[in-house]
Design a protein around this ligand. Sequence first.
Ligand code: SF4
Length: 327
Amino acid sequence: MNPFVYASVSDARAALAALEGTPGARLVAGGTTLIDLMKLEVEQPPVLVDINALPLDRVEEQDGGLRVGAMVRNSDLAHHELVRTRYPVLSQALLAGASPQLRNMATTGGNLMQRTRCPYFRDLAARCNKRAPGSGCDALEGENRGHAILGTSEQCIATHPSDMAVALTALDARVRVLGGGGERVIPIGAFFLLPGLHPEREHALRPGELITAVDLPPLAFGRRSLYLKVRDRSSYAFALASAAVALDLDGGTIRGARVSLGGIGTRPWRSPEAERALAGKRPTAATFGAAAAAALAGAKVRRHNAFKVELAQKTLMRALARAAALT
Ligand code: SF4
């Protein structure tokens, strides 16, 4: 690990000042991604600004929804009574991620900022456009079983790793950020960027900005929501495919739906195509199959990951069927 300067701050303005004063400075909260990457020398910040003392660790009711502070730990959020009852999809997604020890450390803001698990990204001997722009991408012709099939480019096919972000995408969450120009709000659908020609740009944060909170808008049918994750082993593994769904049922008809997919996209993958295929239909296996087909219609597979198309479709169909059966 390279030497770095450690600084601790206790308010957001001090954090912003520390970021502004040192190019390349990074914020650290739980450290569950950043410290690993520093040990691998993938990340080499000259200054690490510890924000664990920032008073951003509360979950509060706000405009009929919830405001989740950026420093709320994943465990606390998953087990929060209002999250479990109003947004079960979020609670389940959090509990599907990582391990209890990691969830006790990882924060809401840090989870949004976690980086891909593409093995080539973490290997300094490999070519990786995300880590070293313009160097190439060894995943394109290499071992790409876990890589994305939606939202890819010829520069990068890395899968977004977060379970939490998949649920937040289905919930239309909003990310509150603070910077030198004041506070602004970024819809979650605009927060994560597609790789395109610049896979090194992963999110819409401007230099020197800090995530302060995530807002969850009210969702009347949020109780009929769930998260289903398929992976190589039953815990402590990243998704091969996952689905965050919510259904608004009116008798025997689907009035509306939210569908977001994980493990298959370069960012958490909201599927308006699937939502349109569900709206106004009866909640049958045929309807769910049509929605799943619509969601994966744009998939582009590589040598080792073609299986993800069917896996993602079946994961979504099963999630929708389970959501429809909820009382
Ligand atoms: Fe790097 Fe993306 Fe290619 Fe992985 S898929 S090696 S992260 S450029």
